[in-house]
Design a protein around this ligand. Sequence first.
Ligand code: ATP
Length: 306
Amino acid sequence: MTVLNERVTTDNNALIQDKSTKSLIKRSIQYIKAGYPVHFTGPSGSGKTSIALALAKKIKRPVMLMHGNHELDNKDLIGSFNGYTSSKVVDQYVRSVYKKDETVTESWKDGRLLEAVKHGYTLVYDEFSRSRPATNNIFLSILEEGVLPLYGLKSTEPFLKVHPKFSVIFTSNPDEYSGVYQTQDALLDRLITLHVGFKGKDQEAVIIREKLGIDRKGAEIISGLIHELREEFGNRKGAPSLRTSLQIARIAKLEDIPINGSRQDFQQLCLDLLGHSVVQGLGLKIEEANELILEVCKKMKEEERG
Ligand SMILES: Nc1ncnc2c1ncn2[C@@H]1O[C@H](COP(=O)(O)OP(=O)(O)OP(=O)(O)O)[C@@H](O)[C@H]1O
């Protein structure tokens, strides 16, 4: 379980906010204040999670981060009995009298959702569409009736009223939507879904520069290279993202590799980090993918000279 609060910020996690990101966060705050959960959807590495966490911090409540996965179930969300606690008192105050008092109680551990709903946290439910629809169904009661059903808890109340300060932010990747079930659609219908796409070349160069403290020219070469390759992908899935740009920049900086498309060590770094996604996304053989990456690298060299 990851619990973040306002004070936790590191440079690595800092969100560099351009005009459109600022506006997206501002609008999202308004929707959340009006009581509607927001849902950021977009390709992998487009910044959905970063935006969701930045938004969550702005709400100024403790933040709980939860990742969707097919094994997540009601025990993780609501909680479960996880053993017994026993206490024993042996009283031998009078030597000839032996008195033993033993109590055994079941111990319950609150699940993440129960904790967030009870205390009014902001829940960031990352990649929620990776969880089984049956698991996500519980959000229908929360969003529709404002109650959390307490399956499995031996309490007199069958549900818990949702804390007024509780809010939830969802993220998902539309490439993973194949096979979505009816219940998932019912959930989607209750969310305000906002698209987060890849940023422009210049905006990504600014993020690379500010986040990693590398020079402007280097940041522009990396973002130019990634954009050029992204164009090759067109509408196909798995295009290289800002995440890969940041990886290239970080390694080049750490290893003192000059960011220059004509340098063999920089070319090798690009081949290693981009080869697999180009093979997968464009359906090429590795040799063809490498050729394409080198071609784009060399173009960056020509742009440098110009
Ligand atoms: N505006 C931004 N400022 C700074 N860093 C950013 C920004 N947007 C994205 N990043 C960085 O880009 C990387 C990918 O972002 P993030 O994990 O938020 O994307 P995502 O869309 O949630 O990806 P996935 O779907 O794969 O989980 C992260 O390292 C993140 O810190």
